[in-house]
Design a protein around this ligand. Sequence first.
Ligand code: IMP
Length: 192
Amino acid sequence: MKLVFATNNLNKLAEVQKMLPKTIELLSLKDINCFEEIPETATTLEGNAKIKANHISENYQYNCFADDTGLEVNALNGNPGVYSARYAGEPVNIENNISKLLNELKTTDNRKAHFKTSICLNLNGSQFLFDGICKGEILHSKQGEKGFGYDPIFKPDGSKLSFAEMSSEEKNKISHRGLAITKLITFLSKLS
Ligand code: IMP
């Protein structure tokens, strides 16, 4: 079965393809000649995942899934959350996002936070949602060079390392996306 993963992030694509049964061939947006930007206008992660998945199934007639991820910080009432990518405004810049977040937390000792990933799967006319949460804390400064996004300032509970100090295999075992993808894969594996 061909299945579109509504992403242009080749790292994410490779990460997921490795975890899928061989009967499922993963296609990227580029593979289906989808080059337009899909507006992420929802106020929840689930909502954005649905918008992206629906855009593909309605306009390209493929089975597909889409994900959306946010970093929810307790002391900031769950922000940046669904706005994680553009936290410090446009153009998207992760260094500015990280600086803004560290600055916002200067006056509090509560550094608890979690990443959340929502996945929406559109399969043969039905819709299924999966999520994954990884709890941890925001570090005082960046640690590590690996990973992407907020990884250098996030340390998952039970680990001495930040996400940016882990190999992708170590991170995937415990990460929000890894957990959500595992639920998706368990579901897909039962079908094939
Ligand atoms: P997206 O949903 O993958 O587009 O991610 C939204 C925002 O969260 C972007 O700023 C990403 O850099 C960040 N992000 C997503 N996943 C992760 C992750 O696993 N680690 C760190 N940052 C992430």
